[in-house]
Write a protein that binds this ligand. Structure first.
Ligand code: CP
Length: 314
């Protein structure tokens, strides 16, 4: 694998899930693979899980890790080719990505969308610029439109906890007071379409995700109907794709409660975290025995480790 920006970089997604499971069973089996190699983690946005799990994954492979909080500690980056840099940006991505490549053998980048300009976000301008000007493999730590490490960990978690061969997995929109990216749901759909699951999406009208990801996946606008018989309920808020970046509803009846979970097949609750308690999901569900959110976070380490292993082996 030369880079990891989406599932499209992975020839065998289910093979990668199995590799992550094997690493979870024996985390130090390849602890010499990363000797004398350095992973650079560049964050343009906050992170808890991605930062710590990817660091842990690299350490399990024997890598050194450098973390740069570009938004706080770095120079303000310019991404426009030919820009006259007499404004607030101080360093062009051309130099920044090339320079980081001198110190690191793999670069991980975390970016977020503007949620203002859909075209710019969906061409992955920032991630694409890092890829263009870096001279080492690039790993997405979440981009404007996708979060592949999260989705790989989610698939891994479903694989570990499924009670039947083809479980029903429901991706449910849930309310949130702020406009959030579509990266997690886009990516979840993209990965779970390749998994042995029955995937259903439910959201209020107006929250349709890009067709690019959802084609072939049933959308049920009645959340209660969608939840019937579900083995896994994956809750997530996202802002509108069509009315780009807008909050169209904060309808609290979409919050995942015990009553909603009672419609499922004793279903497990999933969320990528961080989660707003009693807005997205009720305490009783999040703290209940069927909540898998901590297991998902744990699996972030082995998802990242499987990806780093393949990048090192390339
Ligand atoms: N789920 C996730 O990516 O968490 P962080 O934003 O804390 O990394």
């Amino acid at each position: 694998m030369k880079q990891f920006l989406s599932i499209n970089d992975v020839p065998d997604p289910s093979g990668l899930v199995q590799e992550a499971l094997a690493l979870k069973a024996d985390p130090f089996a390849f602890s010499h693979l990363g000797k004398h190699k350095t992973l650079g983690l560049v964050f343009l946005n906050p992170s808890l899980r991605t930062r710590m799990s990817t660091q842990r994954a690299a350490q399990n492979l024997g890598m050194d890790v450098m973390v740069l909080n570009m938004d706080k500690d770095g120079w303000q980056l310019e991404f426009e080719d030919g820009a006259i840099m007499n404004g607030s940006s101080q360093e062009h991505i051309k130099e920044a990505a090339a320079v980081i490549s001198q110190y690191c053998d793999v670069i991980g980048i975390r970016t977020f969308p503007s949620l203002q300009n859909r075209e710019e976000d969906y061409i992955e301008k920032i991630l694409g610029s890092f890829v263009k000007y870096a001279t080492v493999p690039v790993l997405s730590l979440e981009s404007a439109t996708l979060h592949p490490l999260q989705s790989l960990a989610d698939w891994l978690t479903i694989e570990e906890h499924k009670k039947r061969e083809v479980p029903k997995v429901v991706l449910s929109w849930a309310p949130h007071p702020r406009a959030l990216p579509q990266a997690v749901p886009n990516s979840f759909v993209q990965w779970l379409k390749a998994a042995p699951v029955e995937l259903v999406i439910t959201h209020p009208e107006g929250y349709e995700l890009s067709n690019e990801f959802t084609v072939g996946v049933p959308v049920e606008y009645d959340q209660n109907k969608a939840l019937v018989g579900a083995d896994f309920v994956y809750a997530k808020n996202w802002s509108s794709y069509n009315d780009y970046g807008k909050i169209l509803s904060t309808d609290s009846s979409w919050m995942i409660t015990e009553k909603k979970m009672a419609l499922t097949n004793q279903g497990a609750f999933m969320h990528c975290l961080p989660v707003r308690r009693n807005v997205i999901v009720a305490d009783q569900v999040l703290d209940g025995p069927n909540s898998l959110v901590i297991q998902q976070a744990e699996n972030r380490t082995y998802a990242a480790q499987a990806v780093l292993k393949r990048l090192l082996e390339k």
